[in-house]
Write a new protein. Structure first.
Length: 406
């Protein structure tokens, strides 16, 4: 069975990392898996770039962008059926189709010849432009009058109703099976234009051998973190991205009791963390963007708590990684986060956007060593039981076979 994943990158970004882990899990089970991506970072012969017509696409972009449409200029997507990876594939697996490498109008022609699984990493596939709609539910009725045109991927003109209709037309002519990562997104999809397709809930998997508990004192020593500190860890691809909530974390930390604040040390991963380090008023180690799984595991295991003040998310990889390392979590009760952060079991769920409640969660868990130890054990046990990469891979293999039979 030959699988072709189509994604924005092989290893750059959360959706890319998740799909690449699935790709590796499939290879480990003897499945012939390859990737066709917008941005190639690895040197694997199993990864190739999507076809592009750069000059023509750039010229068209000036018109499609002014009209408020993302990605309709990307004509290279219609050449994918001529690509050897496509020709040799038995089934396609779409992942993140936004970011500027793929034209969604090509989906009908691609799925006319090959059935496809569409793994949803956010809401973009069924909205009029956005990856997350926050408190707006106009995607249920056709979008238009968009309250958040600037939200990624932003549009300069509100043609969200027409983009919604274009996507709806695409799906009417497509052969798709939908995979959702979280219970939250499953419920959203059931209320969307994608409800016409079979929907399967398969969470991302994680390599629980790569991400596993390590000796915290050794990890702190390796990173140069002073002994005797209570260590909080926060990770985001970019601290400039409002959705990840670094501003809410600053507010939460400003409310910490002074005695606890004096004991606290913060470990941060991600681009643009310098401004956060300067503003927080607590000793901080900024590791920048980290791609090494080993270094990330060491960082998690150096922490007492992983804090994740996200405003909108599906099934965040960093929470799965934290769980696998046995590190309890504090986050907000939004999106798919409650699948992973389970109150009293694996962490503390604060009310959405409430930095005071978020601070309460940090304080409660930092001050209760016994509770943290219990949660640490639960984190690891749940990661091993519910989210191993082998289980995710097997679920996909069974789904691929089912799709091919049908």
């Amino acid at each position: 069975m030959n699988i072709l994943h189509i994604n924005q990158s092989d290893i750059s970004g959360g959706a890319a990392i998740a799909a690449y882990r699935l790709h590796q899990g499939l290879l480990a089970k003897g499945i012939d898996s390859k990737l066709l991506v917008g941005e190639v970072k690895t040197s694997s012969e199993r990864v190739q770039a999507t076809p592009r017509k750069q000059r023509l696409e750039n010229q068209l972009f000036r018109f499609t962008w002014r009209l408020g449409f993302n990605y309709l200029n990307l004509l290279g997507s219609f050449d994918i059926p001529q690509h050897e990876l496509y020709k040799n594939a038995d089934i396609l697996n779409f992942h993140n189709l936004h970011t500027g490498y793929f034209n969604y109008l090509a989906i009908p022609s691609l799925t006319e010849r090959k059935p496809a699984v569409f793994t949803l990493h956010d809401m973009w596939s069924f909205t009029g432009h956005c990856a997350y709609s926050y408190d707006c539910d106009r995607w249920k009725i056709g979008c238009g009058k968009c309250p958040y045109p600037e939200i990624y991927p932003g549009v300069p003109r509100d043609n969200t109703s027409l983009e919604w209709k274009l996507k709806n037309w695409v799906y009417r002519h497509a052969n798709l099976t939908i995979v959702t990562l979280s219970h939250w997104l499953t419920e959203q999809v059931k209320q969307s234009m994608l409800s016409r397709f079979p929907i399967h809930h398969i969470p991302n998997g994680i390599d629980t051998e790569t991400y596993q508990p390590l000796d915290p004192e050794q990890c702190r020593s390796l990173l140069g973190i002073p002994a005797g500190r209570k260590v909080l860890m926060f990770a985001a691809p970019s601290f400039r991205e409002s959705r990840k909530g670094s501003d809410l974390l600053l507010l939460a930390l400003s409310n910490l009791p002074l005695s606890l604040k004096a004991e606290t040390f913060i470990l941060i991963l991600g681009d643009g963390g310098e401004a956060f380090s300067e503003a927080v008023g607590i000793p901080t180690l900024n590791l920048g963007y980290v791609s090494s799984d080993r270094l990330k595991c060491i960082a998690y295991c150096a922490a007492d708590l992983f804090v994740f003040p996200t405003r909108a998310d599906n099934l965040p990889l960093v929470l799965q990684e934290s769980m696998a390392c046995g590190i309890p979590m504090v986050s907000f009760k939004i999106g798919g986060v409650p699948d992973l952060v389970r109150p009293g079991v694996t962490g503390y769920l604060a009310e959405p956007g409430d930095p005071v409640d978020f601070c309460n969660g940090i304080t409660q868990l930092l001050e209760d060593n016994a509770l943290r130890t219990h949660m640490s054990q639960q984190c690891r046990a749940i990661a091993v039981e519910e989210y191993p990469l082998e289980l995710q891979s097997q679920r996909y293999i069974e789904l691929y076979r089912q799709v091919l039979i049908n």
